[in-house]
Design a protein around this ligand. Structure first.
Ligand code: PLP
Length: 459
């Protein structure tokens, strides 16, 4: 098995045609028969799950396909479906439920805030919103004069960042006295969301192209190829590059890491050309990869972005996203009316986020992500499952690359055996458990994954 923490140059990343947030495999309700909970495929009474999934399909847009199960409740790293079946959750709502389900401190904080005030609009401010912004600036190590904008999702966070980059671009063009349009660079295999701006910077053609034309002058450059990046910066006859938007580990593309040297070199190019470096930490941020933000990892030697976006794990399951702009000059590009959202900085979401971050700090979960991630990768490699081609990741954002494109069958098989995982490519399984995961939980997950049959059907 290839154990190296590397990923580019593989053909399979060009072949990603399914499965990321909101891009799930379509399961038929009948395909959900799992031999327990009283259900049979031969016509006995359907379990509650099947009945509800039929109802789901009657009334929901089919953008997600048929869900795998109807879930009822969760506790810690476990979740139960409506028929009472228990699952060990190594997906955590796609890297969202960082402190697991029903953490007492989260419940207490959300309940107390709900009783106090749940929403006020941006004509008013609340304590949780202010304290959360202060906390995030501190955790990101952002300098004096840095500011936070809150939104409600990862896509919205990136929309805000791209809008800031556009204002910066207009300013740069004026400074340079050019009427050539400024350009924004995104990377191949990158995923930034599905709203129009974020989608314009999202690489996967199958989800982007049906909506073109999108935001103009966003160009894709091959990830991890610094010569390609230099060529983009040096292109003659074009407007200036004003921002590069990138994930440091491309989560939706199969947990593909960018090389440390590449990241440092992109930073240097951005400095040289006065372009913004926008780091999308929607999936990697808030402790998931063993540091509060992935840009803080030691081998990057202090690379500092101009803008960081976050969402997913920040509020432990409550919808929230946002961005931090580093330094006063940049923040001043946004003035009253430039951007906004009714729910931005919602006190309930902010209280949930403060509670989540508090638990991560109190329980040492950033360090735990590092230790448990190491255990997970080491133990998975030690299984010598012949289906595994590579195990890779950082902290608790990990992937198993399979030798054959049978990741969706692997997800179904694991679910039947009580483990929730997901397929982010036809041959890649993603493992992103809650950060509270214990040694025993990792042992259990590895024991199930070790048994993944070699002859699973291909997608
Ligand atoms: C890196 C990254 N950016 C942005 C997004 C979009 O976030 P959301 O689904 O909350 O809009 C995602 C979602 O998977 C993501 O992984």
């Amino acid at each position: 098995m290839d154990n190296e923490y590397s990923g580019y140059g593989r053909d399979d990343v060009n072949d990603i045609n399914n499965m990321n947030d909101g891009d799930q495999q379509v399961h038929s309700a009948a395909g959900n028969d799992r031999g327990h909970g009283g259900a049979t495929a031969s016509g006995d009474a359907l379990p509650e799950d099947h009945r509800l999934l039929d109802e789901y399909n009657d009334v929901h847009m089919h953008v997600f396909g048929t869900p795998l199960r109807v879930l009822d409740h969760g506790q810690g790293v476990h979740v139960w479906d409506v028929d009472g079946n228990k699952y060990l959750d190594f997906l955590a709502g796609i890297a969202v439920n960082s402190i697991g389900y029903a953490h007492p401190k989260w419940i207490e904080a959300v309940a107390a805030q709900a009783a106090q005030v749940a929403h006020v609009s941006n004509y008013f401010a609340t304590r949780p919103q202010i304290h959360l912004a202060q906390k995030l600036i501190a955790l990101a190590g952002a300098p004096e004069g840095s500011h936070v904008y809150f939104g409600n999702s990862g896509a919205e966070a990136n929309e805000a960042a791209l809008k800031m980059a556009k204002l910066y671009g207009a300013q740069r063009c004026a400074e340079l006295g050019t009427d050539k349009p400024y350009r924004i660079i995104a990377l191949t295999h990158g995923f930034h969301g599905r709203t129009m701006g974020a989608l314009s910077a999202t690489w996967k053609p199958a989800i982007r192209e049906p909506f073109e034309p999108l935001v103009p002058n966003i160009e894709f450059v091959e990830a991890n190829d610094i010569e390609a990046m230099k060529a983009a910066f040096d292109a003659t006859g074009k407007g200036p590059i004003t921002a590069v938007i990138m994930e440091l580990i491309q989560g939706e593309a199969g947990v593909l890491p960018l090389d440390a040297q590449y990241i440092r070199d992109v930073r240097a190019l951005c400095d040289e050309h006065r372009a913004l470096m926008i780091v999308d930490e929607v999936q990697t941020g808030i402790g998931r990869t063993g540091s509060w933000f992935a840009f803080q990892r030691e081998d990057l030697g202090g690379v500092t972005p101009n803008i960081v976006t976050f969402a997913k794990g920040v509020a432990g399951g409550f919808p929230m996203g946002g961005m931090i702009s580093f330094g006063e000059g940049l923040s001043s590009l946004f003035s009253p009316g430039t951007h906004g959202s009714t729910f931005a900085g919602n006190p309930l979401a902010a209280a949930a986020a403060l509670a989540t971050i508090g638990v991560i700090e109190d329980e040492g979960l950033v360090q735990r992500a590092e230790v448990r991630g190491e255990q997970l990768r080491t133990d998975l490699r030690a299984t010598d499952n012949p289906l595994f081609a590579q195990v890779r990741g950082r902290g608790l954002l990990n992937a198993i690359v399979l030798k054959r494109p049978c990741a969706h069958a692997a997800v179904d098989w694991a679910l039947e055996h009580g483990l929730i995982i997901n397929a982010c490519a036809p041959d890649v399984i993603r493992l992103a458990p809650p950060l509270i995961v214990s040694e025993q939980d990792v042992n259990e997950a590895v024991a199930i994954l070790a048994m993944l049959p070699e002859d699973l059907p291909e997608d």
